[in-house]
Design a protein around this ligand. Structure first.
Ligand code: FRU
Length: 643
């Protein structure tokens, strides 16, 4: 492979050909980092799930090896872990040559059963032997998957966590030999439930860099109804005593600055009016049979209006209100029924804004920019067309805000505020104390529709994890691994100049590129909003914006380029970014088809795919309401890891 197709990542791992999803079996041994991954060896769509394999000496350059564990005898090989069994507790190697042991879910395609299996390798992961044909752990479930295993020294045993996906639980098991497993406890439901919980990990991290002060963190991937819809990762700091994981209380996050919750609440749901085939609106009923409950923040601004359908077309129209803020944000939930859903904004009975999706889940966390409609009277209207099957849609919240806000932020700790970081898991057996993880850089909402060929989907840059004390509480922080610096090429730097002059220099120096690393330190207090435009041309741009008054940061890919394959793609993703101080720091890794933003030493992170045209390669700073001083800007060309 030449790795030079349009949108082929140059500093991220992708298989030469065909489909990839979750990273699996991340383990280090004898100078090699292994990356196994969910892979279809036969095509560019999900199927024939097998463990693909790549190795690296530095976590930067990868060599793709033959498929490690193929689908066999009707058992698909789903996600899982690999450990170095250095004391040969499993007996699957020898004392002199201890084995690597892979622990994975086998999905039985004829019975749908999902159980945990193991396989071993005594030749550095090159060939694998399945341990018999039976699972080592079968709880008789069709929704139990994604084991992650680590050695727990105080308890002198292996600990396995895996997801009871539909129950929104993480099961915790213990074993002395990786073959016989005892149930210790279950964790959950807690935090965001979404449709399913998948790919958990349980790790210990130093707090504020102090190795004597360690804290456990449970990591849980959530699919269907995460922060911006589809897939995302939440985490829970807490305590693990060898048997049970006890999370710290969920954060009480203050409402974002400048938010006014719509006052549509009331005994009759304000006066929302239903028309058409809808057979009624109703009170918050919690989870209805076959439906996922909307588990978002409850409280002010809650509308929780249900529109129930068998099939047909109906509308639900709000009372009239005055537009007095620049944004209207709303959160919708409901069943995954077949049909079309729209949220419309009406002024004088005419649709002036509209967001559409194939169901209300696809309309989760959308917003209207209504700055130009200030002072007008408006109504919101939900429109639903249902081609069959019972279902309902509901609106959880409506807020009038100064900046784009997503209510899902309030009660969940999200590892990443972009839309493309899922199934993140950490390395086993690293030579240092560091915790490094990799996530799948995609989202189940559109992973199969991405217009890339002959591969689909990438893995994230490996990132170092830590915990930081902030005024809001403990937060997970991430930074790109140091080794990535080897890819730095031509460099542009400027400092102690206002944005306007730095832009002139960037222009004069002809700085541009599809693959860049950007380090920015800027006087954040001297502008209303400021940020960076990347992959820029006259027609396209990807925009990072920090808004001082709203204390928020966002990545806007609505004009990034190709996005027509899913209405869940052209979006703005935003996050609260508080306590920034005088200087804002941003670290950006830009690849041909993605952006990873690490703000304020990685305490807020975005991973977003962006599919721009080859000629969109400009870079520019911007600011509004001031011309703040750039303390330091460094822009490095990132050299391809494949050349
Ligand atoms: C997560 C996931 C896992 C499963 C795998 C199947 O993305 O759905 O739960 O093991 O992908 O490919």
């Amino acid at each position: 492979a030449t790795y030079d197709e349009q949108w082929r990542p140059q500093v991220h791992f992708t298989p030469q050909r065909n489909w990839m999803n979750d990273p699996n079996g991340l383990v280090y041994l004898d100078g090699e980092y292994h990356l196994f991954y969910q892979h279809n060896p036969f095509g560019n769509t999900w199927g024939h799930m097998s463990w693909g394999h790549a190795v690296s000496k530095d976590l930067v350059h990868w060599e793709e090896l033959p498929v490690a564990i193929p689908e066999a005898e009707d058992i698909a090989i789903f996600s899982g872990a690999a450990v170095y069994d250095k004391n040969n507790t499993s007996g699957l190697g020898t004392a002199a040559n201890p084995p690597l042991v892979a622990i994975f879910t086998g999905w039985n395609k004829s019975t749908n059963n999902q159980s945990q299996y193991i396989a071993s390798s005594t030749d550095k992961g090159r060939t694998w032997t399945r341990y018999g044909t039976a699972p080592v752990l079968d709880i008789g479930s069709t929704e139990s998957r994604d084991p992650k295993v680590f050695w727990h020294e105080p308890g002198k045993q292996w600990i396995m966590v895996f997801a009871k996906a539909k129950e929104h639980k993480v099961a915790i098991y213990g074993s002395k030999d990786l073959k016989n497993w005892n149930h210790l406890s279950d964790f959950g439901p807690y935090g965001s439930e979404g449709d399913v919980w998948e790919v958990p990990d349980l790790i210990q991290l130093p707090v504020d860099g102090d190795p004597t002060k360690k804290k456990w963190v449970m990591i849980v991937s959530v699919n269907g109804g995460s922060l911006y819809g589809g897939s995302g990762i939440q985490y829970f700091p807490g305590e693990f005593n060898g048997t049970t994981f006890t999370p710290d209380p969920l954060p009480v996050v203050s409402e974002p600055t400048g938010v006014v919750f719509a006052d549509f609440e009331g005994p009759t749901y304000g006066d929302w009016v239903a028309t058409g085939d809808a057979f009624g609106t109703g009170p918050a009923q919690g989870a209805l049979p076959g439906q996922s409950p909307v588990t978002g923040f409850k409280g002010k601004g809650l509308v929780n209006t249900f529109l129930n359908f068998d099939q047909g077309t109906g509308t639900l129209t709000s009372p009239e209100f005055l537009i007095n803020k620049p944004f209207i944000t709303f959160l919708m939930g409901g069943g995954n029924h077949p049909g079309e859903t729209a949220m419309n904004l009406l002024v004088d009975g005419k649709v002036v804004r509209s967001a559409t999706g194939q169901d209300s889940e696809a309309l989760r966390a959308k917003f209207f920019d209504v700055a130009d409609l200030k002072g007008k009277k408006a109504k919101l209207q939900i429109l639903d067309t249902h081609t069959g099957g019972w279902g309902h849609i509901n609106v959880d919240h409506i807020m009038f805000t100064d900046a784009v806000v997503n209510e899902m932020e309030f009660k969940t700790l999200w590892a990443d505020f972009g839309k493309d970081f899922y199934a993140g898991v950490t390395y086993d057996n690293l030579p240092t104390d560091e915790k490094i993880w990799i996530g799948w850089m995609s989202n189940w909402q559109y992973a199969g529709a991405l217009p890339t060929y002959p591969w689909r989907n990438a893995q994230s840059i490996p990132r170092k994890l830590s915990l930081k004390t902030t005024p809001e509480g403990l937060r997970l922080a991430q930074e790109p691994i140091q080794a990535l610096k080897t890819q730095r090429g031509v460099n542009f730097s400027a400092g102690n100049l206002p944005v306007s002059q730095v832009n002139e220099r960037l222009k004069a120096a002809g700085v541009r590129g599809k693959t860049l690393e950007v380090l920015l330190e800027i006087d954040a207090k001297d502008a209303e909003a400021l940020g960076l435009k990347l992959h820029k041309s006259s027609a396209e741009q990807t925009v990072i914006t920090y808004n001082r008054a709203a204390e928020r940061i966002s990545v806007d890919r609505t004009q990034a380029g190709e996005g027509s394959f899913s209405n869940g793609f052209p979006e703005v993703h935003a996050a609260p970014l508080k306590n920034v101080g005088d200087t804002l720091t941003l670290h950006v890794i830009l690849d041909t088809s993605s952006i990873e933003v690490f703000a304020e030493d990685g305490r807020v992170v975005f991973s977003d795919l962006t599919l721009s045209s080859p000629s969109s390669d400009g870079i520019e700073l911007f600011s509004t309401g001031g011309d703040p001083v750039v303390r330091k800007l460094e822009v490095f060309e990132l050299k391809s890891i494949w050349k």
